[in-house]
Design a protein around this ligand. Structure first.
Ligand code: DGL
Length: 265
């Protein structure tokens, strides 16, 4: 029997997973939430597979012991495409990952040319090759690593400016590839990127649709927790690693997502 106040734990390297949390709140407004932003290790996308796997498994193990979540959501494509299997092997609770939404993109593209924006680590994963082989047969999938969009999303959520050059570079990185002019669907394969959808849509221009996994993940979480009681015993809070001295820097980023308290690890 799951305790009513057992939280759902979200993990991302930073604020990107808030795009997944927002969709989950729509379906499960009463679910207690803990959001872990591993800012000390941001960006995951520039690290090796071994570093990411060790970091994510270690952190989630500690969190599971300390907070007894009913479910963990790895709200990060980089961590999920690398470490989802390992985390599931070591933890006994359900773990939901975030993987590039290639299947839905493939179903809606008219031109058959799909763009994919992710981190450097995500776009080189065999996990992505497998999704492409399974769901995008006969289509063309153009990948581009846009690590600077991670920094841009972090800045935006903390009230800073988004450098238009970062957005332009990401668009040109896809459009500049052979066939790139025909892209009509872009997979936002990093949870930070939906936070910049307005800016990206403007830069791509009309006729391009964006797909991310957030709604599907929220539905999966709702499905896996169906019938469970939900009651908050305390306010939802975020844990931000690496900012133990001054976690309040993140208050403005988290507040719109219903998280008023920020703690260190
Ligand atoms: N939000 C993470 C993702 O979905 C990546 C950000 C990072 O590089 O740390 O891939």
């Amino acid at each position: 029997m799951v305790e009513p106040h057992a939280p759902i734990l979200f993990l991302d390297s930073g604020v990107g997973g808030l795009s997944v949390l927002a969709e989950t709140r729509e379906l499960l407004p009463d679910a207690p939430v803990i959001y872990l932003a591993d800012e000390a290790a941001l960006p995951y996308g520039d690290k090796s597979e071994a570093e990411i796997a060790a970091r994510v498994c270690g952190l989630l193990g500690r969190m599971a012991e300390r907070y007894h979540p009913r479910l963990i959501c790895i709200a990060c494509n980089t961590a999920s495409t690398i470490a989802l299997g390992m985390v599931r092997d070591v933890l006994e609770i359900p773990v939901v990952g975030t993987v590039p939404a290639i299947k839905p993109a493939s179903e809606i593209t008219q031109t058959g040319v799909i763009g994919l924006l992710g981190t450097r680590a995500t776009i080189r994963q065999a996990y992505v090759d497998n999704l492409e082989a399974e769901f995008a047969q006969g289509k063309s999938l153009l990948r581009h690593a846009a690590p600077e969009l991670v920094a841009a999303a972090e800045a935006k959520l903390r009230g800073g400016m988004v450098d238009p050059a970062f957005i332009r570079n990401a668009v040109e990185g896809l459009r500049g590839q052979p066939g790139g002019a025909d892209i009509d669907t872009v997979v936002l394969a990093c949870t930070h990127f939906p936070l910049l959808e307005t800016e990206l849509a403007e830069a791509f221009g009309p006729g391009v649709q964006f797909v991310d996994g957030a709604q599907g993940i929220a539905r999966r979480i709702a499905y896996l927790t169906r019938g469970q009681p939900f009651r908050r015993a305390r306010q939802d809070f975020a844990i931000v690693t690496g900012h133990e001295q001054d976690p309040a820097t993140y208050a403005s980023a988290f507040q719109p997502f219903g998280i008023a308290e920020i703690r260190g690890l």
